[in-house]
Structure formats: C-alpha cells, structure tokens
Ligand binder design. Structure first.
Ligand code: HEM
Length: 232
C-alpha cells in the first residue's frame, strides 16, 4: 500500500479530511449568509445577486460539484472515524466521564443528521421546487412587469409561515452547535495555534457560530414579523 493510501485509511488521515472538508463547508455557509443578507437591502439587490451567481455558468457548476463532493466526503469521514473509535473501544465504558466533553461535542452526529435533513428541505423549498409549498417556488417565475427571477419574493413568502420559520430557527441552532465544536476541532486537527493569537483562536469557533446563528435567523424572523414584505 502506498504511503498515501495508508494515510487516507488512518484515523489521522480521516481527521484531516474531515477538517479540510469542514473548512470548505464553513466557507460556503459564511458566503451564502453574506449573499442572502442582501434581502435587507431589497428586492433588486437580492435578485441581482442571484442573477450574477447564475451568470457564472460553468464556474457555478464547478462550485456546486465541489460542495456536493465536500458534503459526501465529510459524512464518509465522520462514519469512518465513528467506526474506528468504536473498534478501538469494543467494550463500552460503564461510567462515562463527561467533565471534558461539551454538549456540542456529544451531539455532533445528531446535529449533523438534522442539518442534512434541513438541507434536503431547504433545497426542495428554494432550489428544486418539490417541497410542501410549491406556490412559494412559483414566485420565482417572472412576475408581470418584472423581468427577472424573483428569489426575493420566493424567500419572503416562504418565511411568512410560522412553522417554516420555527423549523429554520431550530435547524440554525443545531447548525451553530455543530459549527462551534467543528471549528474548534478543525483548528486543533490542523494545528492552527500561535502563542500570540491563542486567545483569539479560542474565541473564533463560538464567535463564528453565534454570527451564523444571528445572521441566518434574522432573515426568517424579519419576514415572519412583516419587517420584510413581499413586493407586488
Ligand atoms: C435563513 C438562511 C438562508 C436563506 C435565506 C437561504 C436562501 C437560499 C436561496 C434563496 C437559495 C436558492 C438560490 C437561487 O435559486 O438563486 C438557496 C440555495 C441553497 N442553500 Fe440556502 N439559505 C439559507 C441558509 C442555508 C444554510 C444554513 C445552508 C447550509 C447548511 C444552505 C445551503 C444552500 C445550498 C447548498 C443551496 C443550493 C445552492 C445552489 O443552487 O448552488 N442555505 N438558499
């Protein structure tokens, strides 16, 4: 077996792969949130942004494929690491010591599974239109007198339903728990530390998680509260 195959199969390799794909996904979550926050600027800003993404054509497809590959490899590494850990400890501990583990670290698998379920719902709602609310997606079609795809009205009408907004808030809470532990672990795995900046590095994981939570829940809440309204 080549050194590379050995490395990929090892638990250190699995941890590195988990960290690198995790970093890519954090980058996407932050960029996606910053783009979506243009909902607060207005209909033309958000729709113009969606249009400029579509105009990337093949580059957008390369980014999408990269994202799908990162999600699949991230999940595959998580399964591998979990089975390796279980194999290394065939008899379960009778007494579980929890002093060192945090709530976020203990629920990593569950928060990951729920975020994945959220993603399926989210893509059905806003990307494929196969969700429980097809009328929201139909808002994407050109409205009379408005000659562009109306992502703004689709999102605002989607979030005008309380159950949808509540589901988003719960999903974002779990995403942020996942990010808090995940970002902290990836810094450790990749050996990102420096005596001068360790205080800042320690704050980065909870800081990014809280920012993502506030940024992402602000949109559904603003729409449900009627602060951002469908433009007719
Ligand atoms: C409240 C927060 C969010 C809003 C308002 C939002 C909005 C949207 C919209 C409007 C689209 C369709 C874009 C278009 O048709 O042009 C979309 C696609 C997508 N969203 Fe979100 N999103 C949010 C949170 C998230 C989160 C947290 C994730 C990941 C965990 C995510 C992952 C995706 C993905 C993967 C796509 C497909 C991208 C593509 O088609 O290339 N979104 N989102």
């Amino acid at each position: 077996m080549s050194w590379f195959a050995k490395y990929i199969k090892s638990s250190v390799g699995a941890k590195h792969i988990m960290a690198i794909t995790g970093l890519m996904l954090v980058g996407f979550v932050l960029a996606h949130m910053l783009g979506n926050l243009q909902i607060f600027i207005g209909r033309d800003a958000l729709n113009g942004y969606a249009e400029s993404l579509k105009a990337l054509g093949p580059i957008l497809w390369i980014m999408r494929i990269g994202l799908i590959v990162a999600v699949v490899i991230h999940i595959w590494s998580a399964v591998r690491l979990t089975t390796m850990n279980a194999a290394a400890r065939p008899v379960k501990y009778k007494v579980v010591h929890r002093e060192k583990s945090t709530f976020a670290s203990r629920v990593m698998i569950w928060s990951g599974i729920i975020v994945l379920a959220f993603l399926v719902f989210h893509l059905m709602q806003f990307t494929f239109g196969g969700g429980p609310f097809p009328d929201d997606f139909n808002q994407l079609q050109q409205m009379e007198g408005y000659d562009r795809h109306d992502v703004f009205n689709m999102v605002v009408s989607g979030f005008s339903r309380a159950p949808v907004t509540i589901a988003y808030v719960i999903a974002m809470f779990l995403l942020c728990l996942h990010l808090k532990h995940g970002i902290g672990s990836l810094f450790q795995t990749l050996g990102i530390n420096h005596p001068k900046f360790n205080g800042l590095i320690k704050m980065a994981a909870p800081g990014i998680a809280v920012l993502v939570f506030i940024g992402n829940v602000s949109m559904p809440i603003a729409c449900l509260a009627g602060w951002v309204k469908v433009v007719v």
